[in-house]
Design a protein around this ligand. Structure first.
Ligand code: KDG
Length: 326
């Protein structure tokens, strides 16, 4: 998958989905007691887009944003990070979505969404530029977008159809969000997507949801048997299991021991660095090691994308080199 598709001026990777304003609490505990929030941007697909761009891979993000202050902030942030936002539609009929994080000692944060009826939930098949997707090397989709609305689900399947017809690889991170749909709805739709994807990157629980196997190695093998070219099950701090390609038996790629300050976005950092590795011709094992490193690094910074590493920082982390603190 290394090398540029010829005759196209667009980004190497295209992704689509919803970005929201995230309000990060300044203090831990139930939100009713939190007085101060720090505003930032969130959205699994735009997180991956930022991560890819930071690793030198041109990436475009397709979506709708409200014609409001938060929409303008989201657009400026993504543009500032170097993501191609030329296909983003400003929709004056609906707002940009918002979500709140709640910090809980010793556990992953809880999230509260205010996104129903948002501008991004109005994304539809007509918003997917055929040439834009067909000119890329990779289309990246997640299981969040089809959960937002029927038109979003159709947009995802349209993008996949365009990609497959044009020989563009498809990667899929299930990113199951139980607050958006039932596990039965999610399983049905996600299986349809996984079957058509070249690369499937679930977490342990998502791998079980997709395959019925609790054991990640069996789940990874089942995903490959169901049609995925490569299956990578993310195991959190324990690393990742890689199956498919030249890896006949699922192989464990160990993770890095770090003390997280914010785990949200680690999976997106993994996805970005893994995909960047594959796009640059690395083996799936080497790409997973790079993904594990980026995932660990992302947990060291508060925010969903702020901790996504640039190439130099990633290389230094992987080599065990620490930047001097003083
Ligand atoms: O993957 C991190 C995401 O959970 C976050 O940035 C917000 O897209 C998001 C979601 O739907 O939860």
């Amino acid at each position: 998958m290394s090398g540029r598709r010829t005759g196209q001026g667009g980004p190497r990777v295209v992704t689509l989905g919803e970005s929201m304003i995230v309000l990060n609490p300044a203090t831990a505990g139930p939100l009713r007691h939190v007085q101060t929030f720090h505003r930032s941007l969130a959205g699994a697909e735009s997180n991956v887009a930022i991560g890819l761009v930071r690793l030198g891979v041109t990436t475009g993000w397709v979506s709708r944003l409200g014609d409001d202050e938060f929409g303008r902030y989201a657009l400026a942030t993504l543009r500032g990070e170097g993501v191609d936002v030329s296909r983003v539609i400003i929709d004056d009929a609906a707002p940009t979505a918002v979500y709140f994080k709640e910090l809980r000692a010793g556990r992953d944060p809880a999230v509260y969404y205010y996104r129903r009826g948002s501008a991004a939930s109005r994304l539809g098949p007509a918003d997917i530029g055929e040439e834009y997707v067909a000119g890329a090397e990779l289309l990246h989709v997640t299981g969040i977008t089809p959960a937002l609305s029927d038109s979003c689900a159709r947009a995802v399947f349209t993008a996949i159809e365009i990609a497959r017809a044009a020989g563009v690889k498809v990667s899929f991170d299930p990113n199951y969000r139980s607050k958006l749909w039932s596990s039965e709805q999610a399983r049905t739709t996600m299986r349809q997507i996984a079957r058509q994807a070249d690369i499937v990157m679930p977490g342990i629980a998502e791998a079980e949801l997709l395959t019925g196997h609790q054991d990640p190695a069996r789940a990874a093998a089942a995903l490959v048997a169901a049609g995925a070219g490569l299956a990578v099950v993310k195991l959190g701090a324990a690393g990742a299991l890689v199956a498919g390609g030249e890896t006949t038996t699922p192989q464990n790629v160990p993770g890095f021991a770090v003390t997280p300050v914010d785990s949200i976005g680690a999976g997106d950092a993994f996805a970005a660095a893994f995909l960047a590795g594959i796009l640059s011709g690395q083996s799936p094992i080497a790409a997973a090691r790079q993904g594990n490193s980026a995932g660990a690094m992302a947990t060291q910074v508060v925010g969903d994308w702020e901790g996504m590493p640039e190439g130099d920082a990633l290389a230094a982390f992987m080599a065990g080199r620490e930047a001097a603190a003083r």
